[in-house]
Design a protein around this ligand. Structure first.
Ligand code: LLP
Length: 422
């Protein structure tokens, strides 16, 4: 099969090699499974770099004063932070833990934004003590607390206000965030009060407004009305329009290109708020999702009403199908040319509940125990939401580039499972 026939959900540069095996970042997927074991996340490093550059270039082409923030919740591991810091991105963290990882990964604290609808006092202190650039305020209590922390330390802290513009992006309800009835941010009326409140603050310096209207958005229509809503709140030097660009999990999905997403957002900024603003954007999923494939090994094949292909991972390494009904592709690493052919089967995880099905109704070409199964597009919110359910050690993360593979997060051991016991 020619490389061009591979699904666009796979990492950029993926191909079928001379042995007829899938190749990721120049590495044979079957060899990767043998060397590093399964399940494991294999990341084509260059894929992430290319997408990061695409965001930066698209912004640079349309607007002077900008930053691209990595919404690090999508793939919070030190090596990914390091890579995106190297690419010149800025970082969004959603907790003290992500802040610690971002600093470890080499982000300048001045280039970090702290989010959170329920930040603790300890997280606010940690952020200020680290010298974080900006805190994104989410509630009146958040304002009160941060003001006290900053005043106690005699610092002036730059802040943005997170606004829920009353516009929801069309996506799964669990990842829609812009609607008025949201746990995030200030509604438009409260935002006006928060702006007033901050104008009188001695220790908090309000520089602008933030919004994030939802995630895995496959159309751009919700951004403009959301920006219109922001425009009713006055004139600020900085605007953060959040992330949300959807990705293709299956061959049938065609999300807008990064350039189209940037174009829609920059146009809305220029037309509704002005050209003299600093524009921040905050992509997570669209930077990292398609960079990664998970490799599993088939353990069992069972036929009853359906065909069940049981693999050595499941909801402990990919919770998305169970939480959001997300659909993935699946095929075998040593016969990718047969993807989409064969007996219709369910790829079942190894966890002790019926909902632990990674892919439903997927044609699989002659599944056999020992086969290495590929699910693409697992870079975003896979490792991020992994757990130890059923005492399963979490999988390693392996970076692949130019035919070389290196472990950046090792596989957990049974000792790790007991490491916090006292
Ligand atoms: N900014 C803020 C404030 C966010 O809350 C998020 C995502 C992003 C940026 C990045 O959004 P993205 O570009 O990744 O769409 N676990 C879910 C996704 C939750 C998204 C949470 N916030 C999933 O697996 O689909």
């Amino acid at each position: 099969m020619a490389a061009t026939q591979l699904s666009h959900v796979l990492p950029l540069g993926s191909r079928v090699n001379d042995l007829g095996h899938l190749e990721i970042g120049g590495c044979d997927a079957l060899e990767l499974a043998r060397e590093f074991g399964t399940p494991a996340y294999f990341v084509a490093e260059d894929d992430i770099r290319t997408r990061a550059r695409a965001y930066v270039e698209a912004m640079r082409a349309r607007h002077d004063d900008f930053d691209v923030l990595f919404a690090s919740k999508a793939f919070p591991c030190t090596a990914v932070y390091r890579l995106l810091a190297e690419e010149g991105l800025v970082c969004d963290v959603a907790s003290g833990g992500e802040l610690a990882l971002a600093l470890r990964g080499g982000f300048d604290p001045k280039r970090i934004y702290l989010h959170g609808n329920a930040k603790s006092l300890a997280e606010l202190e940690q952020a200020i003590d680290a010298g974080i650039g900006h805190v994104v305020l989410d509630s009146f209590m958040d304002i009160d607390r941060l003001e006290r922390v900053a005043a106690d330390r005699g610092v002036s802290q730059r802040v943005l206000i997170r606004v829920t513009p009353g516009v929801a992006g069309r996506t799964h309800a669990k990842i829609s965030t812009g609607q008025a009835d949201s746990k995030f941010g200030f509604g438009l009326d409260d935002a006006k009060l928060a702006i007033e409140r901050l104008r009188g603050s001695g220790s908090l310096e309000l520089v602008g407004l933030h919004m994030h209207i939802g995630s895995q958005l496959l159309s751009l229509e919700a951004y403009r009305p959301a920006v219109e809503a922001l425009a009713t709140l006055g004139d600020f030097p900085v605007y953060n329009f959040g992330g949300g660009l959807g990705v293709a999990y299956t061959a049938g999905q065609q999300p807008p290109a990064i350039e189209e997403w940037v174009d829609a957002n920059v146009s809305a900024l220029h037309e509704l708020l002005g050209r003299d603003k600093r524009l921040l954007i905050e992509p997570g999923r669209s930077l990292v999702a398609n960079s990664t494939v998970t490799l599993y090994t088939v353990e069992t094949v069972k036929r009853n009403v359906s065909t069940w292909v049981g693999v050595d991972g499941g909801m402990s390494d990919n919770l998305r199908p169970m939480l959001y009904g997300s659909v993935y592709e699946a095929f075998f690493a040593d016969r990718p040319q047969l993807a989409g052919t064969g007996e219709t089967a369910h790829v079942a995880g190894k966890h002790c509940e019926s909902g632990d099905v990674i892919v439903r109704d997927v044609p699989l070409a002659d599944p056999q125990p020992g086969d290495v199964l590929v699910t693409p597009a697992t870079g975003a919110y896979g490792h991020a939401m992994a757990s130890n359910y059923n005492g399963i050690p979490r999988p390693p993360v392996i970076f692949c580039k130019d035919g070389d593979a290196r472990v950046v997060v090792r596989r957990e051991t049974y000792d790790d499972l007991a490491a916090r016991d006292v």
